[in-house]
Structures are given as C-alpha cells and as structure tokens.
Design a protein around this ligand. Sequence first.
Ligand code: DHB
Length: 397
Amino acid sequence: MTTERTQVGIVGAGPAGLLLSHLLALRGVDSVLVENRSRAYCEARQRAGLLEDGTVKLLRATGLGARLDREGLEHGGIYLQFAGERHHLDFLGLTGGRAVTIYAQTEIVKDLIEARTAAGAALHFEVTGTEVADLDTDRPVLRYTDAGGHRHQVVCDAIAGCDGFHGACRPAMPDGLLQVVERSYPFGWLGILAEVPPSTDELIYCRHPNGFALHSMRSPQVSRLYLQVPADEDIDEWPDDRIWAELSTRFAVPGWELKQGPVTEKSVTPMRSFVAAPMRAGRLFLAGDAAHIVPPTGAKGLNLAVADVTVLADALTELARGRGTAAADAYSDACLERVWRASHFSWWMTTMLHVAGDAMDEQLMQSQLRYVTTSRAAATSLAENYVGYPPLKSHFI
Ligand code: DHB
C-alpha cells in the first residue's frame, strides 16, 4: 500500500466532486478525487439540464463558461399547461431580470474533467474498495485500489463525500447520527432524448388527466421529454410510437403540434424526497445527492449540489489553511436551509403537476395552477424559487 498526502480527499466524479476539486484548486487547496466508474461512463450519463442563474454565474466566474456561453440556451420563463390551456410565466419580468439556462449536466461534467485534467489534477477513475476512516481525527484517511490493482491510502485534512445517493460515504457516518426524512412518490418519469428540434421556445410543464408531461430540450436540434408513469413501470411497455402518441395527447392545444424524431435514449426514473442531516460528521462532509434527493420537477438536484460545494469549498479552504473550524461547523446548517427550500419547492411543483390523488386533489391542484397563472404574487413566488432562492453567494461571484 502506498501512502500519500493531500488536503481534501473527494469521493465521486459527478458535478459536486469535480466542481469542488476545481473550486479548491482556484483557492490553492489540493485534492485527490476517486471515482469507481470510468471517465466515459461519467461523461455519458444523462441527467438534468437546467441551471439556475447563480449556477451559471459561478461557472462563468470560475473559468468554466466558454462552452456554456456558446451552447447554453437562456430561458426567460416557462409555460404551465392545464385544463387544455397553455400559460406563460415571465421570469425575467417577475424576478427583476433573472433567467435559467439549459445546458446538460453531462456537458458540465465533460467541461470539468477537461479543466481538471488540463490542470494536472489527481482524478482516479475505475477505482475499487473505496473506504473512508479516522473521521473523528484531524487526519481522516481515504483508501482505494487503483485500476491497476494497487492499494492507496491518502491522508487528508478533510474528506468530501460527493458519491451520490448509493455511495459509501453516507453509510460511513457514525451510527445513530443521521436523521433521515424521506418520502417516495407513487410515480416516476419516463424520459427520452430525441433528435428533433424542440417544438417550443421555452419549457412546457403540463398537467393532463393522464398525468404530467414536460417538454424540455438540450439544443436547437435535440429535445428532452418526460412523461409521468407508475413508479415501477416497465420501459418495454413503451415503444417509441406509444411515447409520441401519449406526449401528443398530453401536450395538445389547438394550433400547436409536437414534432417527432428518432429516440436516442429512454429510461424510467423513480421519484423521492430524501434529506439526511447533519451533512457533516467530524472531518467527513457530504454534498449533493449523498445527502439529499429532490423529485426532479423544477430541476433543483444539480443546482443544490453546486450550492453545497460552493459553501464547502470556502469551509475546507479555511480548514486546510489552519484558520479554524467556524465555517466547517456552519456548513451543514447553511446548506440545509437551501436544501429544505428546494425540497419544498420540488414537492410543491411535483404535487401540483402530477396526477395521483382523488377528485379533491384534482380540484385543489387546478385551483393552485389557476392562482399561479393569474396572480402576480403567486407567479413571483414560483419564479423566484425556480431561478434559485436564495440567490447563490460565494467567494467567486
Ligand atoms: C429538465 C429536467 C427537469 O426536472 C426540469 O424541471 C426541467 C428540465 C431537463 O432535463 O431538461
């Protein structure tokens, strides 16, 4: 076994882990990042694609804006559709000029891996046997076996668990510490990527008697569409023709047509709300999906991960410079405030737009939708949460 030394050990090469290693490097703090998947797998996995304005500003301010600015699609609002009518919400007007940007998570991961690799960072893919230990000391240890079969031990000042919901870091927290609050929903999303120009200029969130549908996009040539389906739905029940027919039914409004094209990706995602607190034990800090999951309606997951590591980069910089633990001590509470705001918003958007309950639920949700599409106060509340609340603050922006 080889013993090495770094300031921050990072588990996971998703957006949280990669962005954390980038932000730390900009502040002169070194890190070692390990990931059990291959680089190709990390760069190909299809996830969300909607960035809050604070996320965009942070990426730009930290040198990650070049391709995002060329290829990202800025959206100043969304459409909400229900009872067969489509209504526009103007976020720019409602929030004093804040917008969101369509740019896929997988593209951010590619940009980050390229930037970190160019900077000579220690990124180790395809590792096995990842372990974190000595978390209650000020020299926690990260152990892993590299792709060549060699075992390593990295002595750190702190370890960041950015290894997602199924990762090894949350289970490594001391027994009895974590308070978990969770809910699963009786439905999931069937998502497709299709090679067809989007049929809309901005996203359409649609409530229909058959269930929710969302028209999103990835580029002027590629559409991303979702359908509410039962949580345990078998994807084989959904040949492409059936998907297009159901999307056309749910999105139907007079004078508008859904363009169809070849489906290049298809998957069913279950939906849950999950928060584990605190997000820190000793020198182990959880960030992103390792600590919390939101249902996807409103696209908060990636933005929450970015917000977590923005706070964490500051806290770990203080720790690594020997400037005390005040920021580290404040980390969990600071993140959880935003996590709960986003958890509420995601739950609210989900319940308002999905069909699951009885006739009472149907009437209540339609009333809520009429309210947000007619009252400026209600629309402003949706808009400020959607573009990101509270607005992201950091050392960099
Ligand atoms: C996308 C996903 C979401 O959950 C959402 O609310 C908006 C867009 C997307 O994948 O494009």
